[in-house]
Structure formats: C-alpha cells, structure tokens
Design a protein around this ligand. Sequence first.
Ligand code: ADP
Ligand code: MG
Length: 238
Amino acid sequence: MHSISVRDLTLNFGSHAVLKTMNLDVAEGEFIVLLGPSGCGKSTLLNCIAGLLDISDGEIWIKGQNVTWAEPSERGIGMVFQSYALYPQMTVRGNLSFGLKNARMPKAEIESRVARAAKILQIEPLLDRKPGALSGGQRQRVAIGRALVRDVDVFLFDEPLSNLDAKLRAELRVEIKRLHSRLNNTMVYVTHDQIEALTLADRIAVMKGGVIQQLDAPQVIYNRPANLFVAGFIGSPA
Ligand code: ADP
Ligand code: MG
C-alpha cells in the first residue's frame, strides 16, 4: 500500500492546465521532493494532496483510502507553508495547541503532545513567548511543531525554508532530515532549491509545466538526467 497515490490528476485554472494527467506514488516513510522552477505547479500539486483545491480529474489516495473528495481535516496530513502563518497574539504554546483544542482533545493529551513536539524541535524555552519575539528560524520551528502535534504520518512542506538566510537554511535542513529519520513519516517537500532537493530526498520529482519530467533518486537525477531540462535545472546553482 502506498502512503500517497496520485492517479491521473489533472487540474485546470480556467483554460490553463496547471497539472497534466499526473501520476505519483509515494511509499510509506519516503521523503519525496518536488523540485522545479517557479510556476511549474509544485504548490498546486501539494494543495491538491492536502485537499485545499478541487481537482479537475483523477484521484488521490492516502494510506489506501480514496480521499479525492475528503475534507483537508479528514486526510491525516500535516502541512507547513513558506510563510509561518502563526497567530501573533498567542504564545508559542497557544499556537501549538490551538488546532488540538479546536478538535476538543483532552487537556492532558494536548499538553503531552505539545511537550513532545517542543522537545523534538528544541523550542521548550520559547513556549511562553509570542511569535514577534522569535527569530525567523525559531518561528519556522514552531510552524513545523504545529504539524508535529497532530501526530499524523504524512507531512506536506511547501518551501518551508525559503524565507530564511543561507546559514539558517542549512541548519534547518539538517534538522528536518533528522526529524524525518526519527519519525519515519512520509514527506512531500516542495522546493526550487537544487541543494535542498539533493540533500533531503529519497527521490526527487523534477517538474516543468505541470508534468513530472523525471522521478528518481538524487544520484540518478544528478548522474543520469532524463532530458536537457533536468540536466540544466539540476546543474544550475540555486
Ligand atoms: P509553483 O509552486 O511551482 O511555483 P504554482 O503551483 O503556485 O507553482 O502555480 C502553477 C501555475 O498555476 C502558475 O502558472 C500559476 O500562475 C497558476 N496558478 C496558481 N494558483 C492559481 C489560481 N488560484 N488561479 C489561477 N492560476 C493559478
Ligand atoms: Mg509554490
């Protein structure tokens, strides 16, 4: 059983076909990176998997269930966006527990999940601060924490590091990799950064114009690009 299965997915915005009969199977525990230039459809694909967009055709399966028409909250996924989207008036603890409170989870369970996420992400000393008092890297850790507390097996990350400087990006890259080997969750991670893709991915899906050009392990993409576009895109510096 695949963790995520995208079958013949097509998405049109008006007459513009943004995703074109796309197929993608993600194994349980696999780290897949969607890599490609701006506008190639990476975020659109992620949003379709998350259930934030209605697809035009095809099916989406998560852990053996057809979720094509399921609500985002019913899909068992956690999502992290490029912008942190934290609630500025709430503390870090409040931001981490907000979704769980809404789901009417018992208080003790919320506390233990928040404590666990804070420990894993090393943000325990920050729990009583508000987002305005945090650095960019700390805020992005909190954003990851909000996906973590949901205790789901599938994470979708949309360019989570692109607002950070190069040094922080390199640091958080290592942490995300460590997080993945610790949790062994399924990860679909969007980036336009070749280095990020090559260092993080089990497999990279290189996209152009709503079509996956090549889906392979990083060393295969690097050493044996399927076409000139892939060769050029992987070869060029970030
Ligand atoms: P990426 O994340 O790879 O940069 P997107 O998935 O955001 O690309 O966008 C893919 C294409 O779909 C782009 O041409 C973009 O202009 C178009 N697009 C994205 N969202 C919308 C929308 N809500 N309405 C119309 N066109 C959109
Ligand atoms: Mg995008």
